[in-house]
Design a protein around this ligand. Structure first.
Ligand code: MN
Length: 250
């Protein structure tokens, strides 16, 4: 959502509790904050005008990267910007610096939608700028409708962190329906990362860094299911890893 800023209305409802790990979250919508709070975290909404990097991470135990506009293709050395690509360069610069600092520190990271694209670019990968133009045979990945509407299924690779976190949500073929809504996707995967899920048309829907304590990016929107808990395992995985990070630094 281009132009949207941090929304702190819901975070104020979460009682501050210093035993909860602190998750840094730039540009959240209320669903991200509710998903984090329900998983046991204390969300800290970052304000780029005040929260300097990397210093702000001294007070954080993990990072959640959220949805939004497209990453500037200049940042992954693509010289041509597709007409559908809408960028917010100030946000790109802040979030890529945030992501690199978090990767350097080994902080747990969960990255959602635009977030997985930021994560992949920050770590040296590239993006498909417009799926309908570059892969005309692709399934509809942005079908419209309610936020929790299932767009397509994904095939989750066994022996990945994602497969473990989704556990019983997967059918016997390691498939689950997801509410993706995107026109871009991971193209060249960043060094050190693995693909952990693809759509039936081959579009990359999740990546992870197997050597990190917790570093996972998904192309769909698990936060929209915070009321039902369908994808709560992803947030609980982030918060569990952040709790260990908090203990490690105590
Ligand atoms: Mn998709």
């Amino acid at each position: 959502m281009p132009g949207s800023g941090p929304d702190v209305t819901r975070s104020a409802t979460a009682a501050a509790d210093e035993t909860r790990p602190v998750i840094a979250v730039p540009w959240p919508t209320p669903d991200y904050l509710d998903a984090l709070t329900r998983a046991g975290a204390e969300p800290r909404v970052l304000d780029p005008s005040k929260d300097d990097l990397p210093a702000v991470l001294d007070a954080c135990d993990g990072v959640l990267l959220t949805g939004g506009a497209d990453v500037d293709p200049v940042l992954y050395a693509d010289p041509e910007r597709h007409p559908t690509t809408v960028v917010d360069r100030a946000r790109d610069d802040y979030e890529i610096a945030l992501t690199r600092a978090a990767l350097d520190r080994g902080l747990p990271i969960l990255a959602i939608c635009r977030g997985v694209q930021v994560l992949n670019v920050a770590a040296g990968g590239s993006l498909v700028q417009d799926l309908p133009s570059e892969q005309p045979a692709a399934l509809p990945h942005k079908p419209g409708g309610a936020p929790d509407r299932v767009a397509h299924e994904i095939d989750v690779r066994p022996d990945t962190r994602l497969a473990r976190l989704l556990g019983g949500r997967l059918d016997t073929s390691h498939r689950v329906g997801v509410n993706s809504r995107h026109h871009q996707s991971v193209k060249k995967i960043a060094p050190g990362f693995h693909v952990s899920a693809t759509a039936p048309d081959g579009v990359i829907e999740a990546i992870e860094q197997p050597d990190a304590p917790f570093c996972l990016g998904v192309q769909w929107h698990p936060e929209n299911f915070w009321r039902t808990g369908t994808f709560a395992g992803l947030f609980e995985g982030l918060v569990d890893a952040a709790r260990l990070e908090k203990l490690r630094r105590a």
